[in-house]
Design a protein around this ligand. Structure first.
Ligand code: G6P
Length: 463
């Protein structure tokens, strides 16, 4: 680890996101340890990470990160903003992961939700403060005429704020989520809806993962602010990183986990795999109910299949996410009590995040279940076919962004329809091996059409 900053005001390519590429933990000895995150954005940015003139601006997210900022510790090319913890909590938990996430993923349980009153207004003020802190840091760090790529719904106001501070910059914004249909988006208070859209339209160019989300955004602009006022809109369907995944999935730690999973599942059993953050849009509970229906309506699969579900805790500061996590465990154990025998556990649920074990499960899967209510893209659907050992049938929600590219060779489902999902699981389990292998090959080709580095550079060039 080295001292944090490069020379000030020199950056020519800047990325801004809430979660950065690295996080810190303070050990018992008081030493800081750094952990580099995975994911498409991190590997995408590594395409320019070697450039002396790039800078990634992100939030300090926990005590470890804050301590790193205080001690002036960091990685070259990364600047963490130590924003007041209460402001961050209101902006991140209150607005971003409750309100905006829920709007774009259609998660509100109307008629009881949402309620926009004084608490919302306090959180909204924090969201503005938080976005302003990013805009000011970017304005201070960017060299003349630099390109700034702002990421996601946490930072919707940044383009407009930054434009006011620095006319000379080229500003892009990319949404990794779906975009809400206009009628749903307009549940937001009018002034907030308008501010969000105007904030984003402060960019020169906006990026979305699919044409569907881009169209929804445009429709919102037409309805709320009268149009997109000359801002360009592009679609960049982030793909899986084939080279990285194929190499990583063949390492020893993955082999070890594969052997352990095989042992746990039992010989000659088929495997249905799912891997998600435990988060409401992922629709894990309905996936489990569909599996239960499969065991119920097609008893020939009992003892012959195991559902391996990895549900990694996410955003546990929020009660609604914690409750959902608990519900997932409860439904899984209900299925095991109802159908399990001395020699067979129908659902194997793991909640501890382990990337090597996820890759092992991808290799082992006969069927992958990806059934989100809505999802910007869903990279699991794209990663499984790339690393699968013997071909894997993909049961895919038509509401995932990945459906646009993978729909033809997947078994597509309406994510609310658990009976249809149970039938798709049956079809996947019954698919002849050669057909499965052929489909997997085509899925892998479609899934890797736009690797992360290309995805990032395309946006930069277009800007
Ligand atoms: C989605 C968002 C990302 C976010 C990720 C993990 O993919 O689009 O911006 O980083 O979820 O969520 P978290 O709240 O843990 O950062």
């Amino acid at each position: 680890m080295v001292s944090a900053s490069r020379s000030a005001s020199a950056a020519q390519v800047l990325v801004a996101s809430n979660r950065g590429p690295v996080s810190y933990a303070v050990g018992e000895d008081g030493e800081l340890t750094a952990r580099r995150g995975g994911g498409g954005l991190v590997s995408g940015l590594s395409a320019i990470g070697d450039r002396e003139d790039s800078l990634w601006v992100c939030s300090a997210l926990g005590e470890g990160d804050r301590e790193a900022v205080r001690r002036g510790v960091g990685e070259p090319g990364v600047r963490m903003l130590d924003i007041d913890a209460d402001v961050h909590a209101d902006a991140y938990n209150g607005i971003a992961n409750s309100v905006l996430w829920f709007v774009h993923h259609l998660l509100y349980q109307t008629p009881l939700e949402p309620v926009f009153g004084p608490e919302f207004r306090r959180q909204w003020a924090a969201y503005e403060t938080y976005n302003r802190a990013f805009a000011e840091a970017l304005a201070a760090e960017a060299g003349p005429g630099a390109a700034v790529l702002v990421q996601d719904y946490h930072l919707s106001l940044v383009p407009g704020m930054l434009r006011e501070l620095r006319e000379d910059l080229r500003i892009g914004h990319f949404s990794h989520t779906p975009w809400a249909p206009a009628d749903y988006f307009r549940m937001l208070p009018d002034d907030v809806a308008e501010q969000l859209l105007r904030g984003m339209l402060g960019a020169d160019r906006l990026g979305f993962l699919t044409g569907r989300w881009a169209d929804a955004f445009t429709e919102c602009c037409v309805r709320v602010v009268g149009g997109t006022s000359g801002t360009r809109i592009g679609v960049h369907g982030l793909g899986a990183d084939a080279d990285f995944l194929r190499e990583r999935a063949r390492r020893e730690d993955v082999d070890e986990r594969l052997a352990a999973l095989r042992e746990q599942v039992g010989a000659d059993r088929k495997v249905i795999v799912r891997v998600d953050r435990t988060e409401l849009s992922k629709n894990i509970v309905r996936g489990l109910l569909a599996y239960r229906e499969l065991l119920d309506t097609r008893p020939e699969w009992r003892e012959r299949v195991v559902h391996v579900a990895f549900a990694y805790p996410s955003r546990q500061d929020l009660a609604v996410y914690r409750d959902y996590t608990a519900e997932v465990s409860r439904v899984a154990s209900d299925i095991n009590s109802a159908y399990g025998t001395d020699s067979w556990t129908p659902v194997v649920l793991h909640v501890k995040d382990d990337f090597a074990r996820s890759l092992a499960a991808y290799r082992l899967a006969d069927v992958a279940l990806v059934n989100p209510i809505r999802d910007g893209m869903n990279l699991v659907a794209k990663e499984v076919p790339v690393v699968s050992d013997e071909g894997c049938a993909l049961v895919l929600s038509r509401e995932a962004g990945a459906y646009e590219e993978l729909g033809e060779d997947a078994l597509c489902v309406n994510p609310y329809d658990i009976s249809a999902t149970a039938e798709a699981l049956h079809a996947g389990l019954s698919m002849p091996a050669d057909e499965r292998a052929e489909r997997t090959k085509r899925l892998a080709a479609a899934a890797t059409a736009l690797p992360p580095a290309r995805w990032f550079l395309d946006q930069l060039e277009a800007l």
